[in-house]
Ligand binder design. Structure first.
Ligand code: BES
Ligand code: ZN
Length: 621
């Protein structure tokens, strides 16, 4: 059917297919995660008008799309939706909109439902009246008890990868970019913020207006509503958070302006105006999300000692890799995340020094090796996974992040840092506000570096980096960031060193995470000794705590049961809780316990985390 759709004018197609309306349209060739017929219409601007109804857990209102008619013959516009209730659709132009026909195709478990809209000749505008459903995959509605303040409810969106369609009917593919405007109506005592021009001075009166003038892909449209306050940390930086969190957040992230300046010096101007952070409640399923102008972040990154600010470096770096130059499909995800990890290491080195950056790389290497082991198909070990028919959230492993970053580190090593930095800056400048495939990058690499500096990197080598399931033999693994620690661990395990003799005076949280991650399954006595010596069970650093509980689960350490249960209840960040669930699920009793805990905690988790943990617990051990 995709071939037919490509070559036949829509009316003829309709004749051929009879009542084609009820059928599910095929997905696009270059983005298998969208039904949008982008060869016919492309969104030019988007305008949202939504009421936030906490009682019903529903967003209600309309969206207006302004379209470019790429194919003047086209008479059907196909949008992506998931679990939306469509009340009415109008089509027309800027002068007049008239009711038009539409149908929703049957629901696909991964992609949702295609919405086909009849478009009169010349119509380049549609208005869709709709509401969301309480189970929308991209929304989490929090009860007051799930917030820091405990008094007001909270709502936030998470659109990446393909969840924007669960709260806005649109062309939900990163190949389409559009500016947006929004009117958001909330209960009077709450504040709304978006990935747009937030104004902290605007009165809290339940009516908020936003504008995002730059063209962005749909996965970067974001909204949060709650008891949210603002504190400035610099001329173009600040933090939004609940009142009890905002001071600590401002202190923790006071270096953000400095990070921005270093990024700009290496990768070119920051093109988005302000860069603010929104600290979410602990059920936020990610560490961070690079929503433009307003990064969303998990409160687990507020450690009190800035030890987790690499997360801000990462989300900030997406202002170049991802938000400015965007992966055109989710199979090209490494162009977002591998680049961003590379930039993060570069910036961490600039701001905090080479040692810290090297430690970050070493932790990335540990994560990567684990992900390569866990992958259950060879394609998922490469930078070119086949995600057709799969949920793109399943492609989110450390492979695109760290294999991607090591590939760029390899290129940097071959071409030298000054040359490679300039190359990256050229890549961002020449592809700004565009969506790109892996082939686009390889073409650019070939003309800009491989042709200019022959004999440094072969095409076969590039191909190996992208397509071979094994890591290349000459991967630039970070050498000995934790060598002293490796030696001490072995000595302790061999009984040659007691914990009291361990030299941990200069360890930072990265050392502790590395230590916990690289320990084998331990005995009850060893676990007890560790906890007594270092108080992991009481750690206020949520990342260290998470890695400790994962080790406890791996070691089936019963005294940790209560602590694990509490952690899994309080924290919803997938990267921290899935290793604990996975470790528990290794034994039959542990699995039963994990299932019981999950049954209890599921309602507290974000829909995306619910799905991820459900499928993890369904996997065979
Ligand atoms: N864009 C990602 C988060 C994401 C990826 C959401 C795919 C949905 C689908 C974000 O930039 C990210 O990578 N977050 C990491 C932080 C990190 C590597 C420092 C996370 O949440 O763990
Ligand atoms: Zn990222």
């Amino acid at each position: 059917m995709s071939t037919l759709r490509r070559f036949l004018p829509a009316p003829l197609l309709g004749l051929l297919l009879g009542s084609a309306q009820a059928a599910t349209p095929s997905v696009s060739m270059s983005d298998p995660h969208s039904y949008a017929n982008t060869q016919d219409f492309r969104t030019r601007a988007l305008s949202l008008d939504l009421d936030v109804d906490f009682a019903a857990k529903v967003l209600r209102g309309h969206v207006e799309l302004q379209l470019e008619r790429v194919n003047p013959q086209a008479r059907t516009l196909i949008l992506d939706t998931r679990d939306l209730t469509i009340r009415a659709v109008q089509a027309g132009d800027d002068k007049r909109l008239k009711a038009t026909g539409f149908t929703l195709a049957p629901r696909d478990a991964v992609l949702g439902q295609a919405l086909s809209i009849q478009m009169p000749a010349q119509a380049d505008r549609v208005r869709i009246e709709y509401s969301t459903q309480p189970q929308a995959s991209g929304l989490q509605w929090l009860s007051p008890a799930q917030t820091a303040g405990g008094k007001q409810p909270y709502l936030f969106t998470q659109s990446q990868a393909i969840h924007a369609r669960s709260w806005i009917p649109l062309q939900d593919t990163p190949q389409i970019r559009a500016p947006y405007r929004a009117h958001i109506k909330t209960p009077k005592n709450l504040r709304a913020v978006m990935s747009a021009n937030n104004d902290p001075q605007s009165p809290r009166n339940g009516r908020y207006q936003f504008e995002m003038p730059q063209a962005i892909p749909s996965y970067l449209i974001a909204l949060a509503v709650g008891d949210i306050e603002f504190r400035s940390t610099g001329p173009r930086t600040g933090v939004y958070a609940e009142p009890s969190v905002v001071a600590a957040a401002a202190k923790e992230f006071e270096d953000t302006e400095q990070m921005m300046q270093r990024c700009e010096a290496v990768f070119g101007p920051y093109r988005w105006g302000r860069y603010d952070l929104l600290i979410l409640p602990p059920s936020f399923p990610y560490g961070g999300m690079e929503n433009p102008r307003l990064t969303f972040a998990s409160p687990t990154v507020i450690a009190g000692d800035k030890s987790l600010v690499s997360l801000v470096a990462h989300e900030l770096a997406h202002s170049w890799s991802g938000n400015l130059v965007t992966n055109a499909s989710w199979a090209d995800f490494w162009l977002n995340e591998g680049f961003t990890n590379h930039l993060t290491y570069r910036i961490m080195e600039e701001v905090y020094g080479a040692d810290i950056a090297q430690q970050e790389r070493a932790l990335g290497a540990v994560d990567l090796k684990k992900s390569l082991e866990l992958a259950d198909r060879d394609g998922d070990r490469t930078l070119a996974p086949d995600l057709k028919g799969r949920d793109p959230d399943d492609g989110v492993t450390d492979v695109p992040y760290d294999r991607g970053a090591f590939f760029l580190a390899y290129l940097e090593q071959r071409y030298t840092r000054p040359v490679f930095d300039a190359f990256l800056r050229g890549w961002f400048d020449s592809h700004a506000f565009q969506s790109v495939h892996t082939a686009d990058f390889l073409g650019y690499l070939q003309t800009q570096l491989m042709a200019k500096y022959p004999d440094r990197v072969s095409m076969a080598k590039v191909d190996e980096w992208i397509h071979a399931p094994q890591m290349p033999a000459d991967t630039p693994w970070p050498a000995d960031a934790f060598a002293q620690l490796d030696a001490q661990r072995q000595a302790w395990l061999d009984g040659k060193l007691t914990l009291a003799q361990l030299d941990t005076a200069n360890w930072n949280p990265r050392h502790w995470v590395y230590w916990l991650d690289t320990l084998p399954v331990l005995s009850v006595a060893q676990m007890q000794a560790l906890d007594q010596a270092y108080g992991f069970s009481r750690s206020r650093n949520q990342i260290i705590a998470g890695h400790w509980w994962a080790l406890a689960a791996r070691s089936a350490y019963a005294p940790a049961d209560a602590g694990i249960a509490q952690y899994l209840r309080d924290v919803g960040r997938m990267r921290l809780i899935t290793p604990i669930y996975r470790a528990l699920a290794q034994t039959p009793q542990g699995r039963a316990r994990a299932q019981a805990l999950f049954a209890q905690d599921k309602p507290r988790y974000h829909p995306i985390a619910q799905t991820a943990i459900e499928s993890l617990l369904a996997d065979k051990p």
